[in-house]
Design a protein around this ligand. Structure first.
Ligand code: CDP
Ligand code: MG
Length: 666
């Protein structure tokens, strides 16, 4: 037969799914298992094709008939977006059509969507409006080994839902071997199980994708280093100057370290021998725009070695081809909650042995590789095997609120893969009671508690928003809620560095603190910055972040309007006393995050046990105050910082905290 002349209307798919992915040869057995058993557990090395291929297999096999969706949950927003982009390319559709994603405040799906990537937290939220998740024929809980708190809660919910929806197919995918634990969880009959139907059939099956991996040489330091960021930079150059071709993947803990390292590498690489291969450092962390995140997947220009500097996003959630060298700083930022103080923070913690192994494995995907661990072998031996799951070290308030809103009143008896400690449950219940979301019988209040659960912000901000009408500052608080939900700073560092940001910020500074400063920034942006392209540049502001704030604000406003709260943007509330009203309103939500300044300029929390410091990015850094409330806590190896700080009056704490600081309800 003659060759087809496909003509010009056909273009090859941008990315064809690689035929050699380990998952390909399991295609038939996978589909068979999914058809036959309600729960399928898929174990396979990162990069074997679980996330990108399984949804496409299912779609081709007809699991999207009658408009049903295949949902794939990710613990990380970055993974949800980048993977959706990749799968849309492979599938050959525009993003948001057949293949889309949905993360908080950003929904890129349409009526045509069949394969939907979303965060696990968002799927829990969807259950509020669709308790049986009836739009989905298959739900794949991806990266389950990470044991994010949302993943754990979602697994408990799915176990409940499955009893009412025998047709629903659940896939749990994990990069490490914890398959039995997941299978046992779904196989154990629940206490409130009405029928014994499961006993007859098999509940679940495990499939293990064997993929080829290559040996990775692991190298340790002889003696520990003080500054691992500097050591990262020198190791990058050492590899570059002495090792053969291959890209480098560096694990650091957060944005600030990564930005510093990227900048230093860029500066020092100008002194590379001319004609030598050049170095291209690229950051990968959650605060980047989706566009910036996608750069790491592009092949580097000729004669260039790519260096990707990432948080542990690249540990398992995303796969980057071409990596031959891994540099592991040995630390990771983890959520930590102190039940005594009620303060949750992100804390730089040594990695577990499991993480270190996973990181090293990233070097051996396509050929033998090397992993440079920036710690000693002795230090390695003292690492924990695994870190405890997030549910055991987090502020549970947002999750208890969600469970209650889902009608699960007895949150103690909810089926957890690993039950959280009682202390954390009590602390969360106390906070929700003081916020007015729960009554003295720990039942959800209506409408307040229910509305707090529905709002897409954490409980303290939800309460602030829902109090705003009574303080006549709804427009202001909507803006503040949007600006603090950005998950990154609105300031951009240009060539001038930090000093210039400071002087730009001074223009918008409000004496009362960061929240009102953010309000000033936003207002200047919507009146000037949206039209004048120079505005953002001149003021060192991030145009994209501010545009996102406008969109988030609109979404939050629609929530409030749905609750029947009227918002008149044109009606100017009296400016008189405005700052005062906003600060009082913030106290109604953030009383649990109060601190008092000490003579030495540091802060103490109310119980007095914890020393807190204003973050250098805060307006309150090096400024006098008495009592303040703060939005969040950030911990580094030697200091605990608070961020987004506003001055308040001590008397307000008693006035607005429903006894939080007197007798605590049990
Ligand atoms: O989920 P799993 O770790 O098993 O693998 P995957 O994310 O489905 O990735 C399968 C393959 O797709 C990887 O080996 C990469 O080669 C490729 N991929 C890519 O090039 N760019 C992406 N954004 C995602 C995947
Ligand atoms: Mg994956």
């Amino acid at each position: 037969m003659a060759d087809f002349d496909l003509g010009s209307s056909f273009i090859p798919a941008l990315h064809k799914p690689a035929a050699l992915l380990p998952i390909t040869k399991h295609h038939d057995s996978l589909l068979y298992l999914i058809e036959k058993t309600p729960v399928t557990i898929v174990i396979g090395q990162t990069g074997s094709g679980k996330t990108t291929q399984i949804p496409q297999f299912l779609e081709h096999a007809g699991w999207c008939a009658e408009g049903k969706l295949i949902g794939i949950t990710q613990p990380r927003r970055v993974a949800a977006t980048t993977v959706a982009i990749r799968v849309a390319e492979e599938y050959g559709c525009e993003l948001g059509k057949e293949v889309g994603y949905s993360i908080r405040f950003e929904d890129v799906t349409s009526a045509a969507t069949r394969i939907k990537f979303l965060t696990d937290g968002l799927l829990i939220r969807e259950a509020l409006v669709d308790p049986l998740l009836s739009r989905y024929s298959v739900i794949m809980v991806d990266e389950a080994h990470e044991r994010s708190i949302s993943t754990d809660i979602l697994l408990g919910l799915l176990k409940k839902i499955r009893r009412r929806r025998p047709d629903l197919r659940i896939i749990i995918s994990s990069a490490t071997l914890q398959a039995e634990e997941f299978l046992n969880f779904f196989s154990e009959p629940s206490e409130d199980q009405e029928s014994a139907d499961d006993k007859a059939g098999q509940v679940g099956a495990i499939i293990s994708l064997k993929g080829r991996t290559y040996p990775v040489d692991v190298l340790y330091l002889e003696s520990p280093v003080e500054d691992y960021v500097e050591k990262v930079v020198s190791t990058v150059f050492e590899i570059h100057n002495t090792e053969p071709d291959g890209d480098i993947l560096v694990f650091l803990t957060g944005r600030e370290e990564i930005d510093t390292a990227v900048q230093t590498i860029a500066e020092r690489s100008t002194s590379l021998r001319s004609g030598a291969q050049s170095l291209l450092p690229l950051p990968l962390y959650a605060g980047l725009t989706t566009e910036q995140q996608m750069y790491v997947f592009d092949s580097p220009p000729e004669n260039t070695r790519k260096v990707i500097l990432s948080t542990n996003i690249a540990e398992a959630s995303v796969t980057i081809d071409g990596i031959v060298y891994v540099i592991d700083c040995g630390f990771v930022k983890l959520r930590a909650f102190d039940p005594r103080t009620g303060i949750e923070s992100l804390t730089v913690t040594p990695v577990s042995k499991a993480s270190a192994a996973q990181r090293a494995g990233r070097a051996g995907r396509t050929k033998p590789g090397k992993c440079f661990r920036l710690f000693t072998e002795d230090a390695y031996r003292s690492l924990p095997d695994m870190n405890p799951p997030e549910i055991q070290r987090s502020n549970l308030a947002p999750f208890i609120l969600q469970l209650k809103a889902l009608g699960i009143d007895n949150v103690v008896r909810f089926e957890y893969l690993t039950p959280p400690p009682a202390e954390l449950m009590i602390k969360a219940t106390e906070l929700l009671y003081s916020l007015g979301a729960l009554d003295e019988y720990a039942k959800l209040t209506r409408p307040l508690g229910m509305r707090m659960a529905e709002l897409a912000v954490e409980p303290m901000m939800a309460k602030t928003l829902l109090s705003a009408s009574s303080f006549d500052c709804i427009n202001e608080v909507l803006t503040i809620a949007a600006m603090t939900s950005l998950g990154g700073t609105v300031w951009v560092q240009q060539d001038g560095g930090k000093k210039q940001i400071e002087s730009a910020r001074r223009k918008f500074a409000a004496e009362e603190g960061d929240h009102l400063t953010l309000l000033n920034v936003y207002q200047a942006f919507v009146t000037k910055g949206k039209k004048e392209s120079r505005f953002c540049h001149e003021n060192h502001l991030n145009f994209k972040a501010l545009t996102r704030a406008v969109s988030i604000r609109g979404q939050l406003k629609r929530y409030l309007e749905r609750f029947g709260i009227s918002i008149d943007e044109n009606l100017k509330a009296p400016h008189e006393g405005r700052a005062d009203r906003v600060r009082r309103c913030l106290t109604t939500g953030y009383f649990a995050h109060a601190a008092k300044m000490q003579p030495d300029g540091s802060y103490r929390n109310v119980e007095g046990g914890t020393v807190l410091h204003a973050h250098p990015s805060s307006l309150m850094f090096n400024r006098k105050a008495d009592w303040v409330i703060f939005h969040e806590v950030m911990e580094t190896s030697n200091k605990t910082f608070i961020r987004d700080i506003t001055k308040i009056e001590k008397s307000w704490l008693l006035e607005y905290s429903s006894g939080f600081y007197q007798t605590k309800p049990r």
